[in-house]
Design a protein around this ligand. Sequence first.
Ligand code: SAH
Ligand code: SF4
Length: 380
Amino acid sequence: MQEATPAVSAEKKPVNFYSLTLEDLKAYFKSLGKEQFRSQQVYKWVYEQRVTDVNQMTNLSKSFREELPKFLTFELPPVIQHLISVDGTQKFLFDMGNNMSVEAVLIPSDDRLTLCISSEVGCNMACKFCFTGKQKLKRRLTAEEIVGQFMQASDRLKDGQRISNIVFMGMGEPLDNCEAVFKSIQVLTNDWGMNLSRKKITVSTSGIVPEMWRIGAAGVRLAVSLNASNDEIRDHVMPINKKWNIEKLFEACRSYCRETGDKVTFEYVLLKGVTDSIEQARELVKLTRSVPCKINIIPFNEHPGSGFERPDDSQVEAFHRELMNLGAHVLLRRTMGRDIFAACGQLTDAKLRQDQTMDISNSILGGKRVRNSSGGQPRV
Ligand code: SAH
Ligand code: SF4
């Protein structure tokens, strides 16, 4: 269990509420000489009622309400842009200070509303095909900044809508930022808080093998960016494979399956002429047989200067068909939010994109297809 947040006196800076698990908040209140059950009450006001004005927390004593702003703030990372795609996908750009930003994407489907969130600004894993990977890690996000992405998106939903799933598939490598990522999961799944089901949270990793046990231990789902059917190609497209190769990666996947009884989701990006041949489809099925899994194939989302291309639709279909014919549990991921740069692997620090996409912005972002609702209410 997390150590108690150090006691603060009234002169110290208030703590950001969204950084605190319920246990942290209890310990914090205790250190201030306050009753611990107040923590459940405040959790409920903030997460269930979305009340952050302490004056409205009517079951707290007047004197406690007066003191509370000295102890807690309820600040969220500011939304500096909110774009809505023609297909209903929404993208949020957050100001993370010092000229840095991250993105989260809300993806609607028939039976779920999934929020794809970021864990870092930039990423040190340097996968060759990934837009985020083009920037070195600038900063790991804090738990409050991860929870904050969820709260900001949630606050902009229509009445009756609720985010049902979270995927850590935005910017950054979640297992390079374990403390904040798993703390945010604890906060969001608390039943006095947002009460999200752990089974509806997926952590995606490029394969930081020594940290992978944490995903099973936290009771959340594991996705692995495999992206190659053998070590030679994986070494080339994902440098992390040189440190932990496919054998080591699969050993960690099998442990996860044994311990949780769940399947792993393998993500496999189709890169024209690199990972999209029929032979590779066969090799992929053979390779993944030793792990209870499903495979998500993702046609590469092109970005300027990547040096990779998206395969033709016919090749994507042929690859998909081959996997299905060989009995693999496979899903071809629809690309959503392309018009607002919200597609897989396209999330990045806005400044970098600005520099890189000037030349194509007219063709992709042009016209009325994108509605920018920054600052206002979403129009969905
Ligand atoms: N760092 C984590 C999570 C974020 S990346 C990870 O790598 O798993 C989320 C997914 O986007 C990964 O599966 C990655 O392979 C995929 N991806 C990255 N760039 C892409 C692109 N340009 N087109 C399609 N998928 C991409
Ligand atoms: Fe980082 Fe994931 Fe992109 Fe690789 S695919 S560079 S791990 S964000």
